[in-house]
Design a protein around this ligand. Structure first.
Ligand SMILES: [Zn+2]
Length: 438
């Protein structure tokens, strides 16, 4: 069928960066050769462009069906393609139904089919009373299971208590399936002051770092005791890192991610009343941000994914600017790469590291072996990225434009994206993916 060859002076490959020609056939990489070994008709990137593998964003709340006015498969995946993200993994909650039963997975896949511009895989959900659904969902191809350790914010996705957490982990250990957890502790938050009004400091005080540390401690203990595999989503609190480091050093199988907003913003700079910045756990002080960068460099944090979690402008309550009333969640799918790259570049971190955190590592976490690298046998998911071009965030393709990145100057522009060898221009070229081996 189609044979695409793309060559560039800089290509990010698994073993580093060099000039190369990437040969593909029928959507799969068939060879990586020297730059000069390219046929007439090969696409040659401009001198200011780097060829990188398409990103894998394993933390995206698509919200369709049920809350499609917040975001949907068509809009989310178009934004993804524009941002160099060629695979997303959809979170099991905020859609209705939540993906906590086999039936709900079928509903979701049915809705997504035919309207996705990039490839889409799915997380299942672990909630009280659905242990008997975990195996069928696993066998139907979800990449793992998400749970909450405190109120999720939506009634159809209740949290697991310790007994429920251990029951889920025991079942998943038998399947060698991954449990990912929103780790904040309800008791710590209940004992903290309430968030009131426009004060960001008051909101931050209402969700202290100790809530993350306590919940991560519970997750570590349950993971150790059950021999399962678990993962901490969206770490904001750098003070939890020693706990995670110690657990990993003793062999507990736990991984951790952070998000572009924790690497970009700092509490000191969040304007009072600007609820576009509200997310849970919250954006913390600058020393946390800097410690998260160090932890990434040291390998103590495994991956960076967006936690794209949009809602309607009304629910953000920008009219009153009240951090207690606003929905918590930051929209960033389309800007995740330039946001993280801008921070990396400013700190002297190479692009190869960013690509590893945002492509190879999430592909491995989600069990998607065809994704995450430019290498023979992998899907030809390719991005032409101009790492030195500055731009101001606009033209967002998310369903709702509210984001703290709006109007921010970033460095790094996604010029072209290919999905399995075809130009990913927003047309519904995407496939629904299942975990390898399912
Ligand atoms: Zn999330």
């Amino acid at each position: 069928m189609s044979a695409l060859v793309v060559r560039a002076r800089r290509v990010v490959l698994p073993d580093g960066e060099r000039a190369a020609a990437v040969h593909t056939e029928d959507g799969v990489v068939t060879a990586v050769t020297s730059y000069d070994d390219a046929p007439a008709g090969a696409v040659t990137l401009a001198d200011d462009e780097v060829l990188i593998p398409g990103l894998v964003d394993s933390h995206v709340h698509v919200n369709e069906p049920g809350r499609t006015e917040w975001e949907g498969f068509a809009t989310a995946t178009r934004a993804a393609a524009a941002g160099g993200v060629t695979t997303i993994v959809d979170m099991p909650l905020n859609s209705i139904p939540a993906t906590t039963t086999l039936e709900a997975l079928h509903v979701k896949r049915g809705v997504a089919e035919g309207q996705v511009a990039v490839d889409v895989a799915f997380w299942g959900g672990a909630v009280p009373g659905n242990v008997d659904q975990l195996r069928p969902l696993h066998e139907a191809g979800v990449v793992g299971f998400k749970c909450f350790l405190l109120d999720s914010g939506v009634p159809e996705f209740p949290p697991l208590d310790d007994a429920g957490l251990r029951a889920a982990l025991t079942e998943l250990a038998g399947l060698d399936a991954l449990l990912i957890a929103h780790a904040e502790d309800a008791d710590v938050i209940a004992a903290a002051p309430d968030p009131v009004g426009a004060s960001y400091a008051a909101f931050l005080a209402s969700r202290p770092g100790a809530a993350e540390e306590t919940a991560i401690g519970r997750l570590v203990a349950a993971t150790r005791d059950t021999g399962a595999r678990s993962h901490v989503v969206h770490l904001a609190d750098a003070d939890a890192l020693p706990l995670l480091r110690a657990a990993r050093a003793e062999g507990v199988r736990i991984t951790v991610e952070t998000c572009p907003h924790y690497l970009t913003f700092a509490a000191e700079d969040v304007p009072d009343g600007d609820t576009a910045y509200k997310c849970c756990p919250p954006i913390r002080e600058v020393e946390h941000r800097e410690a998260l960068w160090v932890a990434l460099a040291d390998g103590d944090i495994d991956l960076v994914v967006s936690d794209h979690s949009p809602c309607t402008p009304e629910l953000k309550r920008l009219d009153v600017g009240d951090f207690g009333l606003a929905w918590g969640g930051i929209a960033s799918l389309q800007v995740a790469l330039p946001a993280v790259w801008s921070g990396a570049r400013a700190r002297g971190v190479p692009l190869t590291d960013v690509v590893r955190w945002m492509s190879a590592a999430p592909a491995r976490q989600a069990g998607l072996p065809g994704k995450g690298a430019i290498a023979v046998g992998k899907d030809a998911d390719l991005v032409a990225f101009a790492p030195d071009e500055r731009w101001t965030v606009d033209r967002l393709l998310h369903r709702n434009p509210v984001t703290p990145y709006a109007g921010r100057e970033l460095t790094g522009v996604v010029r072209r994206t290919w999905l399995r060898g075809q130009e990913a221009d927003g047309a519904p070229l995407g496939r629904l993916l299942s975990r390898a081996g399912s």
